[in-house]
Design a protein around this ligand. Structure first.
Ligand code: AMP
Length: 286
């Protein structure tokens, strides 16, 4: 079907997801529609990117509703394979003889605490790209480390697919939309927007410091991050990280060089739910 579209000179876009679609996913569909005549949405809860003890079993599965949402958005094809179709075998039986090895870019952020996660992500995205052969694919800024890794994979493996970034869609109180937000109890749901508030305060301070006319590098004052960590901890959050990294290498930054792009990123546990969020710090100089 996809090759027929291509013969008709339709550009093909891919929006990879794990299902349980929300407005964030739908915004990616709408964004990519501007770049391609045909939009394919993949819905695949990829077992190889979940570590032991993570929420693979309990992750929300809402396929019928997801397909209906895609239909309403004018999606041309929903590709929803099961693990057997994807890997030839079920979870655990997959040989994993050949896998991606990632250096440096997964040393920090989620890569540091989710061993094997990004290898699983690249494995499945690579398979999806080979199966669907899209001209363009979009991934959310919400999963910023994933975005930079996929862009790197595409560059290093010469895959002819353009990678777009979709801005993070938020609830009205600032909480980044996520399929996992439904796990939050009432009290934690009220606290969750504090993550974004912290990111905004940090980026405002850094942008202001780096925005001065002299264009000099600004050293990162660790007390700025520590103060925000304390606020989040005092509110019962168990922080995995709150950090500033440079791009595209995703290494911790100790200075902010005007004109370069940084990411202020956070991951925290609220009860049994791990939430992530980030803001881009574009110092816009030079
Ligand atoms: P997931 O189903 O969580 O794997 O997400 C599928 C795609 O949607 C990924 O590219 C995510 O980065 C993106 N995404 C998830 N949450 C949001 C959001 N709140 N706003 C925009 N994109 C998102």
């Amino acid at each position: 079907m996809v090759s027929r579209w291509r013969q008709q000179s339709d550009r093909v876009a891919l929006v990879p997801t794990m299902g349980a679609l929300h407005e964030g996913h739908l915004s990616l569909i709408r964004q990519v529609r501007e770049h391609a005549g045909r939009v394919v949405v993949s819905i695949f809860l990829n077992p190889t990117q979940f570590g032991p003890g993570e929420d693979y079993e309990s992750y929300p599965r809402t396929l019928a509703q997801d397909v209906e949402l895609c239909r309403r958005e004018g999606v041309s094809l929903v590709f929803a394979p099961d693990a057997k179709e994807m890997y030839g075998t079920g979870k655990g039986e997959y040989s994993g003889y050949i896998s991606f090895r990632i250096s440096r870019m997964t040393d920090y952020l989620c890569g540091a605490s989710r061993s094997g996660h990004f290898e699983g992500v690249l494995q499945v995205v690579n398979k999806l790209f080979n199966t669907v052969q899209p001209d363009v694919a979009v991934f959310g800024q919400k999963d910023i480390q994933q975005w930079f890794l996929i862009r790197q994979m595409v560059a290093e493996t010469d895959q002819p697919v353009e990678i777009l970034m979709g801005p993070t869609r938020r609830e009205s109180d600032g909480l980044a939309m996520s399929s996992r937000n439904i796990y939050l109890n009432e009290e934690d749901r009220k606290k969750a927007p504090m993550l974004y508030a912290s990111l905004q305060r940090i980026s405002a301070v850094l942008a202001e410091k780096a925005g001065h006319d002299d264009q000099r590098p600004v050293s990162l004052d660790t007390s700025l991050l520590e103060a925000e960590c304390s606020i989040l901890r005092e509110n019962g959050m168990n922080l995995d990280y709150l950090t500033v990294v440079s791009t595209p290498d995703l290494q911790p930054a100790d200075v902010i060089i005007p004109g370069r792009l940084y990411v202020v990123a956070v991951a925290a546990w609220l009860g049994g739910t791990r939430l992530i969020d980030n803001v881009l710090l574009n110092t816009n100089a030079g």
